[in-house]
Write a protein that binds this ligand. Sequence first.
Ligand code: TYM
Length: 332
Amino acid sequence: RPRVLSGIQPTADSFHLGNYLGAVRNWVAMQETHDTFYCVVDLHAITMGHDPALLRQRTRLSAAQLLAAGLDPERCTLFVQSHVPEHPQLSWVMSCITGFGEASRMTQFKDKSAKQGTDRASVGLFTYPILQAADILLYQADAVPVGEDQRQHLELTRDLAQRFNTLFGKTFTVPSAFIVRDTAKITDLQEPTAKMSKSASSPAGIIELLEDPARSAKKIRSAVTDTGREIIFDPAAKPGVSNLLTIYSALTGRPIDDLVGAYDGKGYGDLKKDLAEVVVEFVRPVQERTRAYLDDPAQLDKLLAIGAEKARAVAVETLRAAYDKVGFLAPA
Ligand code: TYM
């Protein structure tokens, strides 16, 4: 079976619908066809400043949501990044073959450091994509299911894998980004040309999996739609309506063309009202299952410990091979 690795940051109290539709949904599906490793990336979550108690809580919350969304610890390896020390160890080695200019060109770094003020942005934020490359390469992943915003980080990962292999001999699988076009960029409900994001200026534009479903319904009903009144799928001309159709189609499995046909002659209000119901139906059971996992934190921690052990078995082997290729003297 081809190998998969992906990760998600525990930087919010809830994942949003963009995380779910762009990434997590595919993680769930790939359990059937791939050998899957999924990681709550807490090391990445401290690059912008954080609260320690909140981080610990959000790490459990993240794991609980992933399980509630359909990850099955019998079929995938779910773990917490900091439980596997090989991640930062390999990251150091990869940082030594990454160009300063190359890292400076990462658009997420440029955006995030500009927001924080370049002087205040941490070195960790700068090296963040190198740690991400290490996450992936440690597991010899063939495919990395992510949203569109991670494409550049995946390109860097491929470049670093190839560079290492060329410099020191074949060590890493060169991974491919697995990006499902239709749902690769779910947009903000209030600003439908921007991606739905945890750091959005207003909570009105994002649907959080764990928020009160009535609130989600209200956000859908007050989503910004476009001029005109026709319900057609045209992301360039009608980004608002097209985003709603994308979400609707992804959550119900109904093709977009079918939806467009079904809403022929109806108004934006009808579409929003129906989609609000679809979203509520979707999040309710996810919330119930998340709560059930959180009710038993000891059991949750045990699942994560088992995941870390399985992940480590693979990571240790890859790190050992990389250390050897680089020329580190093996401890006697
Ligand atoms: P993060 O935590 O920001 O997001 C998790 C996943 O959700 C996707 N995503 C979206 N997809 C569609 N539409 C959106 N509006 C949207 N917003 C977020 C992201 O693309 C991502 O797949 N750097 C990564 C975490 C990471 C990682 C890794 C990923 C660390 N190591 C190794 C893959 C492999 C990140 O910040 O994702």
